[in-house]
Write a protein that binds this ligand. Structure first.
Ligand code: MN
Length: 199
């Protein structure tokens, strides 16, 4: 089965004023669709054409060499954006509770220390990429990845990721990536992140 873009789980304007409607329309309908079309084209006719995208990204060496770059970039783009849409919600934000909150405190000192670290990884990502909260062995860590790379390919489990490609924020924030990252916290769906953490 070829991959498809999952429907956005809320309205395009649901994340206003933090992320504007036009950005969401272009990002979800055009950018994500392009990643899906390109990874489908790359995997068509290969033994991986019916594989779950997570399984493909976990071990890119299984992808035929002449398709590997396209699958890394576009398969990563499909996986990353699918996770990203679900990590946000209308009237969201705040902070996590329960076991996830404890794990964040134990890894980073406090929730605000964690926020500073995730922002720093996003601001310092040169060019395009992502900043992630990951499960790394028994604990949590923050990592940055360039382009559409995903922590899955490094054996880590992504719990939350924020897209720092310019297409994610340029219409509203232009060059002000730090302002976008500050506003983005108001969209985080902690219930979904907690679900991934306990899985
Ligand atoms: Mn994007």
């Amino acid at each position: 089965m070829p991959y498809s873009v999952p429907p956005l789980p809320y309205a395009y304007d649901a994340l206003e004023p933090h992320i504007d409607k036009q950005t969401m329309e272009i990002h979800h309908d055009k950018h994500h669709q392009a990643y899906v079309d390109k990874v489908n084209a790359a995997l068509a006719g290969t033994p991986l054409e019916n594989a779950a995208i997570e399984d493909v990204l976990k071990d890119l060496s299984q992808v035929p060499e002449d398709k590997r770059g396209a699958v890394r970039n576009n398969g990563g783009g499909h996986y990353n954006h699918s996770l990203f849409w679900e990590s946000m919600a209308a009237n969201a934000g705040g902070s996590p509770d329960g076991a996830l909150a404890q794990a964040i405190d134990s890894a980073f000192g406090s929730f605000s220390d964690f926020q500073a670290k995730l922002k720093e990884a996003g601001v310092n990502q040169f060019g395009s990429g992502w900043s992630w909260l990951v499960k790394d062995g028994s604990g949590l860590a923050v990592v940055g990845t360039p382009n559409q790379d995903n922590p899955i390919s490094d054996g880590k489990t992504p719990l939350l990721g924020v897209d720092v490609w310019e297409h994610a924020y340029y219409l509203k924030y232009q060059n002000r990536r730090p302002d976008y990252l500050d506003a983005w916290w108001n969209t985080v769906n902690w219930a979904k992140v907690a679900e991934r953490f306990s899985a």
